[in-house]
Design a binder for this molecule. Structure first.
Ligand code: PLP
Length: 439
């Protein structure tokens, strides 16, 4: 019996012993095409020589230096790299070890900013239903995924949740997508006014929703309008790009495609591509200056923030993506994947929606295409598909519908940026087999 406290205590996991480009290989020699990067993490595949060399080199120099004593070259260089490419106004980077930590840092930065500028009453957060921002308590409270929150509700701070921008199920009769965006931004504004704008700290959203809904992009104009609403009421905008950032949608930051900037942006996953655990919070000059000119100290920190080896790995990942021109490749491959998915599953009786952007694609599974009725949650269709896909040698990321019943099961695809065209065929073929064996 394993002494590891595994995610599931009833399941047996294959033993991953080797990574080879987009494949993971188990101790029986079975190959799994990683079509989801684990959880949208492994954007460079599993054996990138440049990243491995950079990690080796950094460990040989300084593996770790505590950030209350030192800064390090890779941390400084990675911050420069990110700020040079970030949406306007984001001028500093706070490095952490993952996405939840990046969200916690963002929430605390928002809170401390308002204390520093003399508005301590601004402490209320607004986020969206059916969102996921991490599993630590602050991040979990921010997220609106009923299933993930359910057991821990008594431990969560009070956060308002407004409607997600979810055209497949959210469009009203006779409404255009643009009108829907306006209606949802108005809903946010109404909630700000209900709470009293002077009490609201921040609005939090993923530009492209990942784990809870499966690559749901916003309708045109939605985020521009959201930005205007936040600005009108002095509310900070926190964009969670933990899953959709770092090139996954074809631009380094997904916010670029919305034509907006944010006060804080969180990133993780693709930042280090799984070679090291790393996340970060990008901070606007306004927030950084308020703290620098006020108390001069951010009241937060963890032992491994700014880990030198993690920063060196992430810098190597990001420079490799840039040098190999992989962002344009994400767009090409993304189009190829979407086309294949539509051709194969466009008329599938149990696939209601195919959506996404770049190499971030989602399929929503429904019991009935016409009524959009979801499968009974107890059936755990998504879990069955994951199992069948693993048997077929394919990793995909399925998630169940939420308890509020307003969302079907879905499959998220987020493969590495290094794929060849034939891998796209392999993904679609193996997924087809898995779906046929379950549905
Ligand atoms: N935010 C989003 C959008 C995520 O998808 C996730 C993880 O899936 C997180 C935050 C939490 O990141 P982590 O699991 O690295 O703590």
């Amino acid at each position: 019996m394993s002494h590891v406290f595994h995610r599931s205590l009833t399941q047996q996991y294959p033993m991953a012993v080797k990574g080879e480009g987009p494949y993971l290989i188990d101790d029986q020699g079975k190959r799994y095409l990683d079509a989801c990067g684990g959880a949208a993490v492994s954007c460079l595949g599993h054996s990138d020589a440049a990243v491995i060399a950079a990690i080796r080199e950094q460990v040989g120099k300084v593996a770790y230096a505590h950030t209350s004593f030192f800064t390090t070259e890779p941390m400084e260089a990675l911050a420069d790299f990110l700020v040079e490419r970030a949406p306007a106004g984001l001028e500093s980077v706070y490095f952490v070890s993952g996405g939840s930590e990046a969200m916690e840092a963002a929430l605390k930065l928002a809170r401390q900013y308002f204390i520093e500028i003399g508005q301590p009453q601004r402490k209320h957060l607004i986020a969206r239903r059916q969102s996921y921002h991490g599993n630590t308590l602050g991040a979990l409270a921010t997220g609106g995924n009923a299933w993930r929150r359910q057991q821990f509700e008594p431990l969560l701070i009070d956060v308002s949740h407004v409607s997600p921008c979810y055209a497949y199920r959210g469009l009203q009769e006779g409404e255009s997508p643009e009108e829907m965006g306006v209606r949802l931004a108005d809903e946010l504004e109404a909630e700000i006014l209900r709470l009293g704008a002077e009490n609201v700290m921040a609005f939090v959203a993923e530009p492209v929703v990942g784990a809870t809904m499966g690559a749901v992009t916003a309708v045109p104009g939605y985020f521009k309008r959201i930005r205007e609403v936040c600005d009108r009421h002095g509310v900070l905008l926190i964009l969670d790009e933990v899953m959709c950032g770092m090139g996954r949608t074809g631009t380094l930051f997904a916010a670029e495609q919305e034509g907006i900037t944010a006060d804080l942006i969180t990133i993780a996953k693709g930042l280090g591509a799984g070679y090291q655990p790393i996340g970060a919070t990008l901070v606007s000059g306004r927030i950084r200056d308020a703290i620098a000119n006020g108390s001069g100290f951010f009241q937060h920190g963890h032992t491994y923030i700014g880990h030198a080896t993690a920063c060196a790995a992430a810098l190597a990942v990001q420079t490799t993506i840039q040098e190999r021109g992989l962002l344009s490749r994400v767009c090409e491959l993304g189009e190829g994947l979407q086309r294949r998915l539509s051709e194969r599953f466009g008329e599938h009786p149990h696939i209601g929606d195919i959506r996404g952007c770049g190499l971030f694609q989602g399929l929503e599974l429904v019991a009935d295409r016409t009524t959009k009725a979801t499968f009974e949650p107890e059936r755990k269709v998504h879990a069955q598909i994951k199992k069948a896909a693993m048997q077929a040698g394919l990793m995909c990321y399925p998630m169940g519908g939420t308890l509020d019943g307003r969302q079907g099961d879905h499959i998220l695809l987020a493969p590495p940026f290094i794929l060849e065209e034939h891998h796209l065929d392999e993904i679609v073929d193996k997924l087809d087999n898995a779906l046929n064996s379950v549905l």
